[in-house]
Design a protein around this ligand. Structure first.
Ligand SMILES: O=C(O)c1cc(=O)[nH]c(=O)n1[C@@H]1O[C@H](COP(=O)(O)O)[C@@H](O)[C@H]1O
Length: 276
């Protein structure tokens, strides 16, 4: 999916919501457990209930990997089921020396090799350019680079000041923006770090940002939207647990829709207010 297509979806749906499919077999409603593939049944119901309210889905790969081969099958079926007008994110947080990154890229981008072709993948920047560029060699595929993460421990390294006075996460933005342009490269910025969005926008004004951390982690959608939105919206705001586990009963999909609807209604207002 191109940046223009993504922005068009955002305008059509008046939403920049990404629903996180962090599907934990231990948390899904009991009545699904007797089905052949409970994880897929759960995801299918969540997608059916939310696809008109969001523009993206982000399965977190850990939840599927942890189940072994069955988990990979549920993941592949889920990806097939995600409507093509929704931007798919493999939240895999990969990155290794070049030849290994090429294989990670094949695993998530090359359908003929792995059976899966996501629109994008999350990648850690720590190993530098040659660990990231193999992902960018795949046409029309996006890299979402971790910049300023939502967790407390993110501050351990990301906010350290280099001798020149720049914080490490800013250096990541400054250097990596030359590895690919804003048509193919996005950044993760946690909603819990919204106070930094002004400075981030000064470095990457045109890039999309994947913003996790609203809902269960307590980040503010208002602040993220006010300080992070640009002329093409430039935001994909993720919520996982806050939506998919809104209820643990038979009404889980209905309740997930209600939560997604609340967020989408707020987003429609912010698009009116803050789209530059
Ligand atoms: O890359 C991510 O998506 C990510 C980066 C980050 O800084 N913080 C963060 O929470 N995430 C992911 O975003 C999702 C957040 O889930 P909830 O807190 O349940 O909404 C999880 O899948 C996390 O792995």
């Amino acid at each position: 999916m191109t940046k223009t297509e993504l922005f068009n979806q955002i305008k059509t749906k008046k939403s920049y919501l990404c629903v996180g499919l962090d599907t934990d077999i231990k948390k899904i409603p009991k009545h699904l457990l007797s089905s052949e593939d409970p994880v897929f049944e759960f995801n299918k119901a969540i997608i059916d209930a939310t696809s008109d309210l969001c523009v993206s889905y982000k399965p977190n790969i850990a939840f599927y990997e942890a189940m072994g081969p069955k988990g990979w099958q549920s993941l592949a079926k889920t990806l097939e089921y995600i409507p093509k007008d929704c931007f798919s994110i493999a939240d895999a947080k990969r990155g290794d020396i070049g030849n290994t990154s090429s294989l990670y890229a094949r695993a998530f981008f090359d359908k003929s090799a792995s059976g899966m072709s996501f629109d994008s993948i999350t990648v850690a920047p720590y190993m530098g350019k040659d660990s990231v560029s193999p992902f960018l060699e795949f046409e029309n595929k996006w890299v979402i680079l971790l910049a300023l993460t939502s967790n407390e421990g993110g501050k351990d390294f990301q906010n350290l000041e280099l001798a020149e006075g720049t914080e490490v996460y800013k250096k990541v933005l400054e250097v990596s923006k030359n590895w690919g342009d804003s048509e193919r490269l996005m950044y993760v910025v946690g909603a819990t770090r919204a106070e930094k969005l002004r400075e981030i926008r000064a470095i990457v004004p045109d890039s999309f940002l994947l913003v996790p951390g609203v809902g269960a982690q307590g980040g503010s959608l208002f602040e993220v939207s006010k300080y992070g939105m640009n002329a093409t919206c430039g935001l994909l705001v993720n919520s996982s647990r806050g939506i998919i586990y809104a209820s643990s009963g038979e009404d889980f999909a209905e309740k997930a829709r209600e939560e997604a609807q609340k967020i989408q209604t707020e987003m429609a207002e912010y698009l009116d207010q803050f789209l530059k």
